[in-house]
Ligand binder design. Structure first.
Ligand code: ADP
Length: 354
């Protein structure tokens, strides 16, 4: 078991710095997901933890030991990649046994571990097969089996589900989570998929351009995003935004949007003249008999819920409703925003207000 500490970690390729001073503590047994758009530095950070990439600066400790210069094999880590990297000419059993054999373990020592891992991963009936005779999900399980038999104190997953189809991805997501609940290892999991992050993580680390934007439990980030980046990254369909200027209103202040629509901001700590962006998640918007007008342009029924797309304050907004409203494109609806679900951000800095 191992806690992981990153202090001021950065990475430079030649003159270009791609990871800018990451501070992150991961508790022993915690499942932490690094999420962010492609190119934000997730894999580089993970590969530095694994020892596959040199650390340009800062300090890494694993299980309390300084690990900056430890060779990968001495870090007690198992890594599962997007490409399963199975040996095509070896059976499932031999693929899983490859690591222990390289380390010259006796087969009496690793055989029971392989059998236990195969049972846990539903691979017991497939141990004699070659990888090409397995489905994508089964191959991914073999890759996990190989990681599990190492009995590592730290698991690293780098986009392990990206090559699977949507249905299998959902299934494997649950399996990896169940595996973690059984083994209770520390896990660092990299993905660009915010749904994977939300559903699997104990804590999410949202990264952008080589920096951490916010760290927190999934629903903390969802309910109180620290800035516009996090607010727009988590959630699907994503949070709606309209920028405007704070003006005086009869009952306190209001936000005057691009097209002149005014939205009261009761109790908001903002002063007239401030340039503010309002954010509201689609599922928090209520349709009501009076309120803010939205001309509906597109209607998307998904079965469980319906997405209404239109414009509010000159910006494109989406409203999600669970009612099967008989609304037609071109129709005007009125909506209201419950106060507790209105997020305000400083338009220039992007930081959350209040
Ligand atoms: P992510 O995993 O979030 O998609 P990466 O960690 O792969 O992002 O990459 C982060 C940044 O570092 C990118 O801009 C990428 O182009 C750059 N990068 C990655 N590897 C190298 C390399 N070997 N040499 C130069 N730049 C690199």
């Amino acid at each position: 078991m191992a806690a992981v500490q990153l202090s001021g970690i950065y990475k430079r390729y030649g003159d270009t710095q791609v990871v800018h001073g990451i501070d992150l503590h991961i508790d022993d047994g915690e499942f932490v997901v690094l999420v962010g758009p492609s190119g934000c530095g997730k894999s580089t950070l993970m590969r530095m933890v694994a020892g596959l990439e040199e650390i340009s600066g800062g300090e890494l400790t694993i299980g309390g030991t300084r690990a900056n210069s430890l060779p990968p094999q001495q870090r007690n880590i198992s890594m599962v990649f997007q490409s399963y990297a199975l040996y095509p000419h070896l059976s499932v059993y031999d693929n899983i046994a490859f690591g222990p054999r390289i380390r010259k373990e006796a087969s009496t020592s690793f055989k029971p571990r392989i059998e236990a891992a195969a049972k846990m991963l539903n691979l017991s009936g497939y141990l004699d097969r070659l990888p090409r005779a397995l489905s994508g999900g089964q191959r991914q399980r073999v890759a996990m089996g190989r990681a599990v038999v190492r009995e590592p104190s730290l698991f690293l997953f780098d986009e392990p589900l990206s090559n699977l189809d949507a249905k299998l991805r959902v299934q494997m997501r649950t399996e990896i989570k169940a595996l973690h609940q059984r083994l209770k290892n520390t896990v660092i999991y990299v993905t660009h998929d915010q749904i994977e992050a939300m559903t699997m993580a104990d804590r999410i680390v949202v990264m952008n351009a080589g920096r951490i934007e916010q760290i927190g439990r999934p629903l903390e980030l969802y309910d109180r995003p620290a800035n516009l980046f996090v607010a727009s990254f988590l959630g699907s369909p994503s949070m709606n935004f309209s920028a405007g200027e704070v003006v005086s209103a009869p009952a306190g202040v209001a936000l005057k949007l691009g097209d002149g629509v005014q939205i009261p901001l009761p109790g908001a700590a903002v002063t007239p003249g401030a340039k503010v962006t309002l954010g509201v998640r689609p599922e928090h918007i209520e349709t009501s008999t009076e309120g803010i007008p939205m001309d509906v342009e597109v209607i998307e029924p998904t079965g469980a819920e319906t997405h209404l797309y239109g414009k509010i304050g000159g910006a494109a907004w989406c409203v999600t409703t669970r009612q099967r409203a008989s609304i037609e494109p071109g129709q005007r609806v009125t909506v209201r925003f419950p106060e507790q679900h209105m997020h305000l951000f400083d338009t220039e800095s992007g930081s959350r207000l209040g």
